[in-house]
Write a protein that binds this ligand. Structure first.
Ligand code: FMN
Length: 379
């Protein structure tokens, strides 16, 4: 079968825990810095997510579970009643438009700054991010984070659980624990950011412990069927050097496998990598794969072929970031083969306002509903 026809497993319905998804396309979490300075999502965010409600599932952007975990300015949060009220408006609108969302919970760890959160960042070890960081007054050198005590670890785990309860109270279907891309949980996993000698540092078996404790606490708080976890094996973003990628992730997945979580989400998933195949084989429930589309313009097919290869390799759902960012009707465009809006990178990703956020055009209805001739099942 060819994959050029309009029908494809990507557009088939799927189950995810208790959820029925109308297709297998997931909007990846995308930080866009459009919340208020107090972390409350406003009407602009409601419009943005509602425009993208045709995704099988939306994973709402990295959202802070406690004050010290805030990374950058204008990041949404979920630790106060005002945050709950703001997110409830977003969820009500997305649900009314036929969509469903989970939210990614992200603690930045050393990826943070006192000018953003009002607090000194905390991390597994006092190792500064080797980069400048965006603040309201421009980029500034990173500060050395304070090493987390055992009490800090305990209270952070509790904050994740409380934020997950808040998430469900706002109407989110569940949460994705962010253990990827160099943020706090990934800092515990990686050799160069975790220099601890206690029960949370040292050998891989101890470095995975914090991630497992967070996942367990969140699952206990809202039910494991509402919880996913995102990993990015080998990703060096935010100054990460894992050291032993090939040991960390099999060990982590083995430790998480018994929790009965709804899904594992792998960033830059590559079906040709043995590690991807090993993790797929070891993971007992749904796998969301975010293909490695590379930097620069989106591929002409929007990543459809890459997504189909990952489904063939055992992924259940396929996540795309920039495709959804630039195309509110990404599902229809992928299905019909319609051309994609190019991603406007410069000055719009993280800058606030509607430009490059809610002003990407949709297809005319006549094109969006067309089914090209020659449609056939392609998996
Ligand atoms: C503007 C932007 C913001 C992002 N924010 C997040 C985030 O909040 N959490 C996360 O896990 N990944 C984040 N990512 C990574 C994406 O989820 C995704 O993994 C990446 O864009 C690669 O997928 P793509 O090629 O389909 O865009 C972000 C990426 C971009 C471009």
């Amino acid at each position: 079968m060819t994959n050029t026809a309009a029908r494809s497993a990507l557009f088939e319905p799927a189950r995810l825990g208790p959820l029925h998804l109308p297709n297998r396309l997931v909007m990846a979490p995308l930080t866009r810095n459009r919340a208020g300075a107090d972390g409350v999502p406003g009407p602009l965010m409601t419009t943005y997510y509602t425009q993208r409600a045709s995704a099988g599932l939306i994973i709402a952007e990295a959202t802070t579970p406690n004050a010290v975990g805030q990374t950058y300015p204008n990041i949404p949060a979920l630790h106060g009643a005002h945050h709950v009220a703001g997110w409830r408006r977003v969820n009500d609108a997305v649900r009314a438009a036929g969509g469903r969302m989970v939210v990614q919970l992200q603690h930045g760890g050393r990826v943070g700054h006192p000018d953003n959160s009002g607090l000194t960042p905390v991390a597994p070890s006092p190792v500064a991010l080797p980069e400048t960081i965006h603040t309201p007054s421009g980029r500034q050198p990173s500060v050395v984070p304070r090493e987390m005590t055992t009490d800090d670890i305990r209270s952070t785990v509790a904050d994740f659980a409380a934020a997950a309860r808040n998430a469900v109270a706002t109407g989110f279907e569940g949460v994705e624990v962010h253990s990827a891309n160099g943020h706090l949980l990934h800092q515990f996993l990686a050799e160069n950011t975790n220099r601890r000698t206690d029960a949370y540092g040292g050998p891989v078996s101890r470095r995975v412990r914090f991630v497992v404790e967070v996942a367990q606490a969140v699952a206990d708080a809202i039910g494991p069927e509402r919880v996913g976890l995102r990993i990015s094996p080998g990703n060096t973003v935010n100054g990460i050097a894992e050291g032993d990628t090939g040991r960390i992730y099999p060990e982590l997945v083995a430790a998480l496998a018994g929790l009965d979580l709804a899904y594992l989400h792998i960033v830059f998933a590559d079906p040709d990598q043995p590690l991807f195949r090993d993790l797929r084989a070891a993971w007992p429930t749904a796998l969301i794969a975010n293909p490695a589309l590379g930097h620069g313009p989106l591929p002409a097919d929007g990543g459809r072929r890459a997504g189909e290869r990952l489904l063939d390799a055992g992924a259940d759902l396929i996540a795309f970031g920039r495709g959804f960012l630039a195309n509110p009707d990404f599902v229809a465009r992928l299905r019909t083969g319609a051309p994609l809006n190019p991603v406007r990178e410069a000055y719009t990703m993280y800058t606030g306002g509607e430009t490059g956020y809610t002003d990407y055009p949709t297809l005319p209805a006549t094109v969006a509903h067309a089914v090209p001739a020659g449609a056939g099942v392609t998996r």
